[in-house]
Design a protein around this ligand. Structure first.
Ligand SMILES: [Zn+2]
Length: 289
């Protein structure tokens, strides 16, 4: 049975959470949140699905989705995967009907609380180019990350490169799916949510860390990979990507990271009789802060 603490962590956005595997450190840098309307975000939910989603909702009835980025530190290299929503807010009245409010703005402070400076980041990449993942890269003044190399999946750059300001499009390096971003960190094609949507796999020597990106937006979807997301560009492809990555995610040597998963962004995918479930890493577990 799930503990009280676990239940509470489903209803709040993520705090700064770090996981150490071998000589790799992975840190979720909180930026803010977006609220997802269960009926609307997911298409064609049954009554039983709506009931299943109740523990994942905030007091206004929205699914809780964190936003932020994953800082990966290994040796003298630092990589940031995704750059949050950025310092802005869109109220529930102004957003899409499938959403509530969206708010960012914490990522710079999250990084500072680790004692790291934005210009120390070597590489910035994105799971995809939706605006809740590229926010801090869009700032007019050139953004925070003046020194970083920007790397974007080649397909994603072609399909959604217009999201990026001209100054970034010019300097972004197109990455072929399946390549190594830096030694030990591989890019995994997970198409469907967007054409060039990517996950990542870090081989740390002390287990693997699998970045799921927006293949999943709620821990509830791990048990329901067939749920269609309104914003999946290709619903059939997105479902196929989810089902395929779950097989790898469920391996014993693998821990997963999912940017939007409330305050349970690090966890394991565990096999269940009828599929899979999400088992959050307990706070205070070995290597987990
Ligand atoms: Zn997203």
């Amino acid at each position: 049975m799930r503990s009280i603490a676990f239940q509470d962590r489903l209803r709040v956005t993520s705090r700064l959470r770090s996981l150490t595997l071998g000589d790799w450190r992975f840190t979720h840098l909180p930026d803010g949140f977006c609220q997802l309307r269960p009926d609307g975000w997911y298409v064609g939910l049954a009554a039983a699905d709506r009931e299943y989603l109740l523990p994942y909702q905030d007091t206004s009835g929205y699914l809780v989705a964190s936003t932020g980025g994953l800082l990966i530190e290994h040796g003298d290299q630092s990589v940031l995967i995704d750059a949050g929503f950025g310092p802005r807010r869109i109220g529930a009245q102004q957003s899409h009907p499938a959403l509530g409010a969206l708010q960012g703005g914490e990522l710079a402070d999250s990084l500072a609380s680790l004692g790291r400076k934005p210009n120390e980041i070597d590489v910035i990449t994105f799971t995809h180019l939706h605006d809740d993942h590229v926010g801090w890269a869009l700032l007019e003044d050139g953004g925070l990350f003046t020194r970083a190399e920007y790397v974007v999946d080649a397909l994603e750059l072609r399909a959604h490169g217009q999201m990026l300001p001209q100054r970034l499009r010019g300097r972004a390096r197109a990455q072929a799916a399946g390549g190594q971003l830096v030694p030990g960190l591989e890019v995994l094609p997970l198409p469907g949510h967007t054409a060039g949507h990517s996950g990542f796999r870090a081989e740390t020597g002390s287990g693997k860390l699998l970045v799921l990106g927006d293949a999943f937006h709620s821990p509830a979807q791990i048990a329901h990979p067939h749920w269609q997301v309104l914003f999946d560009a290709d619903a059939a492809q997105a479902r196929a990507s989810r089902e395929a990555i779950l097989v790898e995610a469920a391996r014993e040597d693998t821990i997963c990271y999912a940017n939007h998963f409330a305050d349970v962004v690090f966890g394991r995918v565990v096999p269940e009789a009828a599929g899979y479930d999400w088992e959050p890493l307990p706070v205070g577990a070995t290597g987990m802060l």
